[in-house]
Design a protein around this ligand. Sequence first.
Ligand code: MRU
Length: 343
Amino acid sequence: MKPVYFEDESLKLIDQTKLPTEFIIKSYTDYREIAKAIVDMIVRGAPAIGVTAGYGMYFGAREFQSLSKAEFLEKMKEVAALLAATRPTAVNLFWAIDRMQGVIKKNDDLSPLEITALLKVEAHAICAEDIQMCRDMGAFGAELIHQGDTILTHCNAGALATADYGTALGVIRAAFEQGKNISVYADETRPFLQGARLTAYELHADGIPVTLITDNMAGWMMKQGKIDGVVVGADRIASNGDVANKIGTYSVSVLAKAHGIPMYVAAPTSTIDFSMMSGDEIIIEERNCREISHIGGVQVAPDGVNMENPAFDVTPHQNVTAIITEKGVVYPPYDINIKKLKQ
Ligand code: MRU
């Protein structure tokens, strides 16, 4: 399932706000509309928004490729700034924009037309590499999943959150494809319901046994011995191994630790922010409180009540058993072992 792909000179996005009841593919050629699609969560998930932003940069360049070199370079700064202002927490967005800007910088002796052609190649490369990284993570991570295991996951770190295959769900998919008789508990993941709407949807579609629970049921499932391991994705990992991921991941990590259950994080190295020493530095996106007061358009909270809606939290590295990357599985001490991934 590819939530973001390039076809007929346009960017296609599965509208993830409509799943699971409607499957709609939207077509984009304007970088402003692409930025809006990221804000509106038509496309979401750290790697997927990185891939989308890469294409956004290409479409910006395509629009301005007939300008003079100086005007083109100025416009590309505006394109990058607009895309970067969409969502603050997932580092893959900034990683992809930086990578596209690197192409512009490295080739500033070329014409805007030539640079635009190179940006197209780079956007395709980011997309293709993302799929390969998910496959590689899957192969490494599947070794940690045993025959008969039941895995809890939170939010959606699946094919829908990447260019294809998924990070956390990529690990689960790989274990399943190896013939391991595994099953999954999916937290529904309030307030945006990525677990119920997206994780349950894609695992069910692939025939991987999945049981949907509400977020407050995870601890009780663990207490009853029904969960053997937790696998989640990440939006930004600091160099000490602290992990920002969907709100509720921290609670799951505390529960896992209390029950002696391994907590694995699956993320490509593009999710590691080597410049951040700890998770304290990570900016947590605050979203519209309507996501809390309404479910499926139905009001569930009184008018005028105070609400807060942090979209992510930070799991301290002490609660993370291992980080699964496309380069291999990283264990503590993270401050030493994460640095080795940079080489
Ligand atoms: O707000 P979202 O849906 O973009 O949040 C997504 C998550 O938190 C995922 O777990 C994370 O991006 C990892 S996706 C492979």
